[in-house]
Design a protein around this ligand. Structure first.
Ligand SMILES: Nc1ncnc2c1ncn2[C@@H]1O[C@H](COP(=O)(O)OP(=O)(O)OP(=O)(O)O)[C@@H](O)[C@H]1O
Ligand SMILES: [Mg+2]
Length: 253
């Protein structure tokens, strides 16, 4: 499968995204046989930002791990388009076009920035130079740091690297777990801007984001997860108007 160029810049051609929808049906997943996420259903459509919000410990990361093949699910299904991809191993999911950027440990600290990017290319022959060049245009900080070990990057740059690595294979679905956690406010804006830019280019972007106001404000569709179960869902900005919800997750309204 030859690499395609990154699909357009935000709103550049107004084309309708054509990739597959990620559908999660009544998924149950947990640790060591104890279910944490129970019968959760969500859908992430191409060209849209789908957000999952909920209190700490609600099971958001566990759900993403179940989708990404990192944890074995014990009930329900995950579909990419019409294809059942439940419990498919992560290496294979990458080939199928699902890219997962975990909350922690999302880069190899001792490898250089370049090597990290090349690892995102591993299923292809060659060195992925062209794609790396495209991604460095999107994330300019990376270009000047290509030879540096990833551990010397700032938190924001590390997240840019993790995003760029996740984009190496031009995924159809990008799954992000708290991409702005622990970053300075200005860097948060920058990283979030990239997330919006990515979704505008075509893939389905499924994001768990600690900043409820920001994620709901920009989410085409959002799900509220509590105690490992679906609670509410709707267009993000509409959920933002739900005073009880805001009180619960953001405080003060
Ligand atoms: N490796 C693990 N082994 C056992 N239980 C775990 C493990 N990781 C998480 N849990 C438990 O699963 C539940 C859900 O955790 P999860 O990390 O999915 O929540 P979260 O919604 O992502 O929270 P946060 O907002 O803090 O990131 C919690 O009760 C947590 O203690
Ligand atoms: Mg989490």
């Amino acid at each position: 499968m030859p690499p395609e160029p990154l699909r357009g810049s935000p709103g550049s051609n107004g084309s309708v995204p054509t990739g597959p929808t990620l559908t999660v049906e009544k998924l149950t997943v947990g640790y060591g046989g104890t279910p944490v996420v129970q019968e959760v259903s969500i859908r992430a459509k191409p060209g849209e930002l789908t957000a999952i919000v909920g209190p700490n410990g609600a099971g958001k990361s566990t759900l993403l791990k179940g989708i990404a093949g990192v944890l074995r699910t014990t009930g329900g299904r995950v579909l990419l388009g019409e294809d059942d991809i439940t419990n498919v191993v992560p290496e294979r999911l990458v080939r199928l076009g699902i890219s997962y950027v975990p909350q922690l440990s999302n880069v190899f600290p001792s490898l250089s920035v370049l090597e990290n990017l090349e690892m995102g290319w591993y299923i292809h022959h060659g060195d992925g130079k062209e794609r790396i060049d495209q991604l460095c245009s999107m994330f300019p900080d990376l270009r000047s740091s290509l030879r540096r070990p990833a551990r010397t990057l700032s938190g924001g740059q590390r997240m840019m690297l993790a995003l760029a690595r996740g984009l190496m294979l031009d995924p159809q679905v990008l799954v992000l777990d708290e991409p702005t956690a622990g970053l300075a406010p200005k860097v948060v804006d920058e990283v979030w801007g990239h997330v919006l830019e990515i979704k505008a280019a075509g893939p389905a972007v499924l994001v768990v984001e600690q900043n409820t106001r920001r994620s709901l404000g920009d989410a085409d569709w959002a799900y509220v997860l509590t105690n490992g179960r679906n609670n509410l869902e709707g267009p993000g900005p509409e959920l933002l108007e739900d005073k009880d919800l805001i009180q619960l997750y953001i405080g003060g309204g």
